[in-house]
Design a binder for this molecule. Sequence first.
Ligand code: SAH
Length: 407
Amino acid sequence: MTYPVGLRLEGKKVVVLGGGQVAQRRLPALIAAGARVTLVSPTATPSVEAMATGGEIHWERRPYRDGDLADAWYALVATSDPDANTRASAEAEIHRVWCVRSDDAAQATAWTPATGRSEGVTVAVLTGRDPRRSAAVRDAIVQGLHNGTIAAPHHRERTPGVALVGGGPGDPDLITVRGRRLLAEADVVIADRLGPRDLLDELPAHVEVIDAAKIPYGRYMAQEAINNALIEHAKAGKSVVRLKGGDPFVFGRGMEEAEALAEAGIPCTVVPGVTSAISVPGAVGIPVTHRGVAHEFTVVSGHVAPDDARSLTNWAALAQTRGTLVVLMGVERLAAIADTLIAHGRPADTPVAVVQEGTMATQRLVTGPLSAIAATVREQDIRPPAVIVIGDVVDRAGTTPLTDTPR
Ligand code: SAH
């Protein structure tokens, strides 16, 4: 592994040994970076010679000798004499000068990446020992930046407004391509505790990241405060991403936010996400449907208990179905949910899985029969966020080996 870095060579002495093709290719970038280049070489190609005559570099018309690298910040060793190259790299080592070597990359302390530029962006690609591949990757990126297939936001061209982005269940790879692009283009990101929090670390320093749970709400409801923050930032001309866990329209209050924005006259777009209701069971090898086992699945919120007057769920009817029940926000009320389902006819031995922090490194799974699962969850200290899956599909967990996603 190499460690990539951008050298700021303005006014710094750089020594180039050898005035051939390698120097000719590399010198323009060194000059453009403002380096004080000394070329040591008995001969030079006509264009290198022109750089010397034009005063862009200082040319010492002689072979390399010991001491040439003593006060250099950076060196490019590219003479046609392997012995001189070896001596020069040894000297670079002594003076701790990072040194690129054209004839023997293995002996060099620095490698030159394949570089390209596109509208103020420098692209530098290192692939180890495969310069053609580096160049190909560089070309693809530069081309992508030119034609817009790679999102490279220009502040001046941004459209203010809000994108409600479903971030998926938590694994940063499980956001959509569109979600990721909008995130990369955002000025302000208002994020929940759920979802791909790792992606927030990757955002450039100028992006304002706001934790939705920490917005002070004073006399407002917490949700109103979030809506107001979205509206304010968008009105200030910012492009705002409201990053939500899973899908914005599955128990995510996405439509409330969309309505508030519409009322304030702010453009709003919704980007779907991978919902935890399906992906978290999937992460432990449970399909929410399976031929011959379950022909339906129902996603239910467990945020209020079945006997709560605010409940809009007909648990008695759900107890009568054969299909899969997926309960979100239900860990705290699992005992009441299980009792209600059994009382209305679900067999007490129906298998149940509870998956905490699915798709994340901290993922945990417990299983057990409907009659005992609440006790198991308590004993094992399973905590939110967790998805509860009830139904015969749970027996599929672990029956078929599924490989972990490469990260
Ligand atoms: N819009 C989200 C759900 C929001 S409600 C979605 O589509 O996934 C919040 C609930 O989602 C949590 O209480 C939990 O039940 C579930 N949840 C979200 N992410 C989860 C994860 N990675 N692991 C387990 N449960 C998760």
